[in-house]
Design a protein around this ligand. Structure first.
Ligand SMILES: [Zn+2]
Length: 111
């Protein structure tokens, strides 16, 4: 695995928003890549909206989420300053948005 400083470049961290040296790496939440600063990469932190959307695909927080992802989410919640109650509400909102998108006819953007 390459060293952070060997593959980093000046950019914006997708997790904390800081303009600094970042690397592009795969997310622990799903098959997508983000820019991570060293602190967020080493802390295994994820962009909050994406994490909520990923969990919404699994179901309700926390009952439908496996223990590994529950641990990942809880570690991230403390970084993002969110409570589990706030996260559960954000997951519920993401489920409702996904349901509305799923109900769109194909010509309105639904494949
Ligand atoms: Zn960061």
């Amino acid at each position: 695995m390459p060293k952070f400083e060997d593959v980093s470049f000046q950019g914006k961290c997708d997790v904390c928003g800081q303009e600094t040296e970042v690397v592009v790496a795969g997310s622990a939440c799903g098959p997508v890549s983000f820019s991570y600063c060293r602190r967020c990469l080493e802390g295994r932190l994820e962009p909050y909206p994406f994490m909520a959307a990923c969990i919404a695909c699994a179901g309700q927080w926390p009952d439908d989420v496996n223990p590994g992802f529950r641990e990942l989410v809880r570690r991230n919640l403390s970084f993002h300053g969110k409570t589990e109650k706030e996260f559960a509400a954000d997951v519920e909102r993401a489920i409702q948005v996904k349901t509305q998108i799923d109900m769109l006819p194909a010509h309105e953007g639904n494949p």
